[in-house]
Design a protein around this ligand. Structure first.
Ligand code: SF4
Ligand code: SF4
Length: 144
């Protein structure tokens, strides 16, 4: 999900740009479509109770008072921008694997209208996937 990656690859910039924090992915998946690993939940329980309070059983994100599934991730913050809002993650370094691994595939980026992708990426999916994997190398394993 929201990545603040900087790249020095001029070729990557031509084909796929860094995450611009449009927030579409967090808004789409933050309403119950995300999961966390058991290890992540254990670590939150031990060291980050402000995150753990939104866990219910093995699932995320629930209202700590009512136990009701939230319709929006409680850690998604928005900064007003000129013409366009910019979204940030309040638990960026501790965000779940689901978030760290997004975006994983070109197809899901197209489906989700992820703004990292450029029109030229649609011409060669394999090349675009390779560029995406380069951009994501600090967040997740390479695909395929
Ligand atoms: S935990 Fe962070 S990256 Fe994941 S949905 Fe919430 S705001 Fe987005
Ligand atoms: S949809 Fe794409 S560009 Fe927008 S915040 Fe998510 S990863 Fe970044």
């Amino acid at each position: 999900m929201i990545h603040f990656l900087l790249t020095t690859y001029s070729e990557a910039i031509q084909h796929m740009k860094d995450c611009n924090q449009c927030g579409k992915c967090c808004l789409k998946y933050g309403d119950g479509a995300l999961s966390a690993t058991a290890a992540e939940i254990d670590m939150w329980e031990l060291f980050e109770p402000h995150i753990y309070q939104y866990v219910k059983g093995n699932d995320i994100w629930f209202d700590p008072d009512t136990g009701v599934q939230l319709t929006r991730c409680p850690f998604l913050e928005v900064e007003p921008g000129q013409g366009k809002e910019k979204y940030t993650c309040a638990i960026y370094l501790s965000r779940p694997e689901d978030c760290r691994h997004y975006p994983g595939h070109i197809a899901e980026m197209i489906r989700d209208e992820c703004e990292m992708i450029e029109v030229i990426d649609l011409e060669d999916f394999d090349k675009a996937q390779s560029k995406l994997d380069d951009l994501m190398e600090d967040s997740r394993p390479r695909r395929r």
